[in-house]
Design a protein around this ligand. Sequence first.
Ligand code: ATP
Ligand code: MG
Length: 319
Amino acid sequence: MALRIVYSVGKGGVGKTTCAAGLALQASRVWPTLVVSLDPAHNLGDVIGRRLSGEATAVSSNLWASEVDMDAAVAGYLADSTRRLQSMYGYLKTINLDGYLDALKLSPGIEEYATLQVMERLLGDAAGRYDVVVFDTPPTGLTLRVLALPRVSLLWGERLSGLRREILDRRQILRNIHGERKYVIDGVEHALATDEKSDGVMGELRDYVDRMRRLTALQADASQTRVMPVMNPDRLSLFETQRALETLRSLGMPIGPVIVNKVGLKPTDGQTVQDIGRALGLPTRILPFTSTEPVGLEALELLTSTMDFREWIPGPRTT
Ligand SMILES: Nc1ncnc2c1ncn2[C@@H]1O[C@H](COP(=O)(O)OP(=O)(O)OP(=O)(O)O)[C@@H](O)[C@H]1O
Ligand SMILES: [Mg+2]
């Protein structure tokens, strides 16, 4: 079966990690499931009650969990970008790449791109091993920026491809006039590509656009992707959820029922949940506030056993 991907999304502290772990635990009764934290401040291991690492650890039969080292992911992303750049522009070895790297490190969006790359790799590795991957995401702002990246990057990639095509066309015109020119740098001869096939930059751009197009399509594919919004019965949580849902909808992401977690602390919570459902225009599902923190698989099982977990698993219901 094709991989099914669930994103647990919500404001800080509402219970994203708890719900991601609970959903994964329930899903693992039926499918091999991986729950993975992309939050730079991990607590998935605390919630499950096991020490986790970047490698998937088996935490019960059919359930695996991991916490991605996001600092290492950012460093890896930077190293990757530099390698690509070096192979594309051999002659850049002669200029100060370290300076370039320093600038790249501080560029806005690096954390988002690194997170996206981690997600993409995880999904590639997970295919065939697991049927369900549940992402425990960082708080809303970063998550939304990461999820918006494929679409934004696709637009950029297409635009840059157009510009590159214009450059190649102009080079071709110059070549027709002046003949082919070679440049010798460090004793190595370089000829400037004039057609799309032999141009390394164009090849990179084409791969990039393909990747972003695939990711954009995957995000909007209801048979593979679903968002599990998590919130608490309070107004601030509602406002943030409203804004988040607006963005997620604009990205075409399929959205499951909203989990209203920690219900029952206030006598008015029942009414608040009804108001939330009306305000969001989505079905709501309640998880009660428990007097002891739901930590460890047993407690998670207890908290989420009444959840019809299939509501958040994308695709047709097979069981
Ligand atoms: N239904 C519940 N009843 C009681 N406590 C809960 C419940 N759900 C979550 N908690 C507790 O609330 C705290 C926050 O939960 P959790 O870590 O899952 O939230 P989060 O949204 O992932 O937070 P962060 O934004 O920090 O990642 C934890 O101490 C957790 O044990
Ligand atoms: Mg968390």
